[in-house]
Design a protein around this ligand. Sequence first.
Ligand code: FE
Ligand code: CA
Length: 511
Amino acid sequence: MLRMPRRRLFTLGGAALIGTLPAPRIGDPFTLGVASGDPLPEGVVLWTRLAPRPLEPSGGLPPVTIPVDWQVATDDGFTRVIRRGTTTASPGYGHAVHVDVQGLQPGRDYFYRFRSQGHLSPIGRTRTAPAKAASPDSLRFAIASCQAYTDGYYDAWRHLASEELDVVFFLGDYIYEGAINSVGGNRMDSALRLPDTYELETDTLDLYRMRYALYRTDPDLQAAHAAFPWVLTWDDHEVQDNYADGVSRFTTVPEQDFLVRRANAYRAYWENQPLRPPRQPAGPDMSLYRRFRFGDLAHAYVLDTRQYRTDQACGDNLRAGCEDRNDPDRTLLGAEQRDWLLGKIGRSEARWNILAQQIMMAECRYGGPANRLDMDKWDGYTADRRRILETATRTPGTVVISGDIHYNYAADLRVKFDRPETPAVAVELVGTSISSGGDGSDSTPQLDMQRRYNPHLRLANGQRGYVRCELGRDSLRADYRVMSQVTRRGGEISTRASFVSERVRPGLVTA
Ligand code: FE
Ligand code: CA
C-alpha cells in the first residue's frame, strides 16, 4: 500500500541510525495531521508537526533535530512526484515543519505528504492560486472561525471537507486559552481524559503548544486541513479573550508581562499554522496582515484587528452612549496596516476585494432602552470603519468576511447605518462558529431584538457551521450551512439561507 520504502533502521552492527542521529524509538510522529496554506500562483506552504505523544510537553519527543522528507505530486498515488526535499523539525520550534514549495503551476490541485522516522504522514491535497494575469470565472471558498474544543464535536469540519472549494478562510479563535476542566465540557462523555496540565490557562509556550496539539488531534479538523489550502488570521483567544495590542483584559497586568505572554502565543501560532517562514514572530511582534490574489477576479486582504488596536472604548463590552468610540484618533488596524489597506483597495483592479478579518463590521444595536453597542467590534472604532466604507464607495465589489461572535449574520454595509434609504456600498458575511457555544439555535430573544433594531441585517441565526461562498465575475453567492447539533457526534448539515449580491450594486438578496 505504501509506495515509499520504509527507512532502513538497522545497520550491519545492529546500531540504529537515521540520518546523523541516534534513532529515538518513537511511535507515529504524524498524530497532528498535515496542512497547507497561503496559496500563491507558483507555490504553497506545507505544514506538519511531529508529536508521537501529542498531549505531552514536547509532543513526546527528545530535544533533538529530526529530518523530515516531503513530496509534492500531481496524483494522490504519488506516481508523478514533481517536487521533493528534506527539511528538519527542530525542538526550538516544537518540531514543527514549514515547507515553502515553489515552482508549481497556477490554479491546479497537488497532493503532498511527509516521511520521518520510518512513518508516512497522511496525504494532503492543496491548490495553487490562479495566475496573476488569469481571468477566472469563479472562486469558491468557505468562511469558518471559533472552534472551542470542549464546546462540541467538529462534524462541521467533516462536512466542509467534502465541499468543492479553492480555499478556506479561517478568521480567528483557532484555540481558546481558558482552563479545560479535564472532566468537563461537551466532549467529556467520550473516553478522552486529558492530562491535568490542561486545567491551566495557557500562558507559557509549552501550554500554548499543547493546546494546539489537542485541537489538531481531532480527525475532522485534520480532514478539513488536508482537503484545501487555508488562509488564516487570528482573533483574541489565540492569546487572551478581548486583549488589545499590549493591554491584557486584566488591567492589573503590566504591559511588559502581557507582552511575554503574547510572544509565547504568537510563537506557538506561527509554529502550528501553514504560514511562510518570514512570518515568524520577533518577540511579541508578528506581521500577519497580507494580500492574496486570485487572478483578476478577487484580491483578499487578510487583516489583523488585535495586534495594533487602541484599547476598547468606555471599558469594553456592551455600552450605550459611549462617545469615545467615535474619536478619530482611535484605531482598530493601526495606521500602517490601515494605510496599506486603503491604498491597495483604493487602487484595486480586481473585480472583488475580500476583507478577511475577525470581527463584525456592520453596526449591531443590541436593542432595549439603552440600545447598547459592542466596544470590542468595529462599533467601538468608527473612524477606521468610516474610512474603509468611504473607500468602498469608490471601489465596487467589496466583501467583508468576519467571525468571532458565534452567530451567522448577513449585512448590507452603509457609510451611515442610520440612513437605511442610502445605497449599500459593500456586503458583510459574518460566519458562525464551528463549535463554540454548543448547539445554539435558529433564533433567540437577542437575535429577534437585533433584527428589529438593525434594518441592514438580512439574516441573524445562532446555529453552528460555516459559510460557503462563490464569487463570479458579476455576482456573489453565499450559502449559510448550519449543523443540526455539535454536542453529540454525527450532526448533519443543511443550508439555512442563501443570498446573492451584485458586484456593481451591492445588497444581499435572498437567493
Ligand atoms: Fe470565538
Ligand atoms: Ca473572538
